[in-house]
Design a protein around this ligand. Structure first.
Ligand SMILES: CC(C)(COP(=O)(O)OP(=O)(O)OC[C@H]1O[C@@H](n2cnc3c(N)ncnc32)[C@H](O)[C@@H]1OP(=O)(O)O)[C@@H](O)C(=O)NCCC(=O)NCCS
Length: 175
């Protein structure tokens, strides 16, 4: 891979970010879920209105990774009340981390985790946490390799399907 860039998204990036959100979510979960549940989730979570609101929230940050100018993946970080669970004011959530299939296993995910750690350190958030579907073995292996440990679980609704996410956490230390 040649030129890799990481951009903090603004409202101007909404269209290409939305496409990336829908494509990566479908790539990852369509095979394990009903079309009805997927459609309900995609419509609700990635509507123009919802994306505009999330992009405008000062407690949420979307970082997009591009390869040679082509969107390849993204990460959504939440702090404060934007977090999907009450974890405290000094924690940061990685709510989403998704790489398009053709760009996986080239180090983009690792680089985005590093960016999350830098952001957490800059904001004085000594703990990063995330929820990962209990059956998403590749992602659980990836996060474990990145130093996250499982500390609990929560319920995640995909359409009408009630799923269990493992909560994983990592403490950030200053170098
Ligand atoms: C999990 C995910 C974010 C990882 O992103 P990625 O860009 O593939 O991550 P990396 O390339 O940094 O590392 C992935 C693997 O490739 C390996 N790898 C990295 N660079 C490599 C290279 N140049 N050649 C071969 N392998 C490489 C890493 O060792 C790692 O192995 P491991 O996962 O078995 O530990 C990505 O696979 C993804 O988007 N999955 C689907 C969405 C998903 O499940 N997201 C999490 C929801 S909670």
């Amino acid at each position: 891979m040649n030129d890799i860039t990481f951009t903090t998204c603004t409202l101007e990036d909404m269209d290409r970010l939305r496409s990336l959100c829908v494509d990566t979510f479908s790539d990852t979960f369509a095979k394990d879920n009903s079309t009805q549940d997927m459609d309900a989730y995609l419509e609700r979570s990635f509507s123009q209105e919802r994306m505009r609101s999330e992009l405008s929230n000062p407690e949420s940050t979307f970082i997009m990774a591009c390869v040679d100018g082509v969107p390849a993946g993204y990460m959504k970080l939440n702090t404060g009340r934007a977090q999907t669970e009450t974890m405290g004011d000094d924690t940061m959530e990685i709510e989403r981390l998704y790489i398009l299939n053709r760009f996986k296993r080239h180090g983009l995910g690792t680089a985005l985790i590093q960016q999350a750690e830098n952001a957490a350190m800059a904001q004085g958030a000594p703990t990063i946490w995330l929820g990962v579907w209990e059956h998403n073995e590749p992602a659980k292996r990836f996060y474990t390799r990145m130093g996250f440990i499982t500390t609990g679980q929560h319920v995640f609704m995909l359409g009408d399907d009630r799923q269990i996410d493992h909560i994983m956490r990592k403490g950030i230390q200053r170098a």
